[in-house]
Design a protein around this ligand. Structure first.
Ligand code: GLN
Length: 208
């Protein structure tokens, strides 16, 4: 990618408490960014953007507290750092979590209410070719015990939706959303090596 206006390659933190850290880092490197694994507060310095991988949002929430990174993440949200949250990462960035543990945290980086494990037992994991607004070709999406967005605030743009079995009357539920510099997706783009959402994140940086 082209160097940033301020010079240098963008440093993109990847929250490395659980989940597909290596896969996200590989996608970012391929796009010409510098992935920075974040394990302790001292790692979270001088970042241009942040990726929150999937995993188990209850566990990541606890690990954020025990690692001292919870306050750092809250600060990054306050500072409007560009972010991409996938699956459990989406849950952590939401403003409300339905079906969560009472003590699990979410950081309100994007005005969405998300339901955990929204596809039920029959469909714990599935794959789909998703039409994503703004992308020319569909995105092959791997959903693993995935959340959906139940409600999105007026400033949130929905880029893709899917039908949840048994809840067809509710219409398609959003699975990719954007608000300002924050992108969330219910699935795992890093598993297919599709870098187009990461590219969107990096484009947000270039546009300031
Ligand atoms: N079900 C998980 C949660 O609630 C998310 C699954 C994932 O990240 N693949 O956090």
């Amino acid at each position: 990618m082209t160097p940033r206006a301020g010079g240098g390659v963008p440093r993109v933190g990847v929250m490395a408490l659980q989940g597909d850290v290596r896969e996200h880092a590989a996608v970012l490197s391929k796009l010409g960014a510098e992935p920075v694994p974040i394990r302790r507060p001292m790692d979270a310095v001088g970042l241009d953007a942040l990726v929150l991988p999937g995993g188990e949002s209850t566990t990541i929430s606890m690990l954020l507290d025990s690692s001292g990174l919870a306050d750092e993440l809250a600060k990054m949200v306050d500072d409007h750092l560009p972010m991409l949250g996938t699956c459990a990462g989406m849950i952590l960035l939401a403003s409300e979590v339905l079906g969560g543990r009472p003590d699990q945290r979410c950081y309100g980086a994007i005005d969405v209410s998300v339901r955990r494990n929204a596809f039920g037992r029959q469909l714990e994991s599935f794959e789909a070719d998703l039409a994503v607004r703004g992308l020319d070709e569909p995105m092959h999406a791997v959903f693993i015990r995935a959340p959906v967005v139940e409600q999105a605030g007026p400033s949130v743009e929905v880029l893709a939706s899917v039908w949840v079995p048994g809840r067809e009357d509710a219409g398609g539920r959003p699975v990719v959303c954007v608000q300002g510099p924050v992108i969330v997706a219910s699935f795992h783009p890093e598993l297919t090596g599709d870098g187009r959402l990461h590219e969107l994140l990096l484009r947000n940086l270039e546009e300031g």
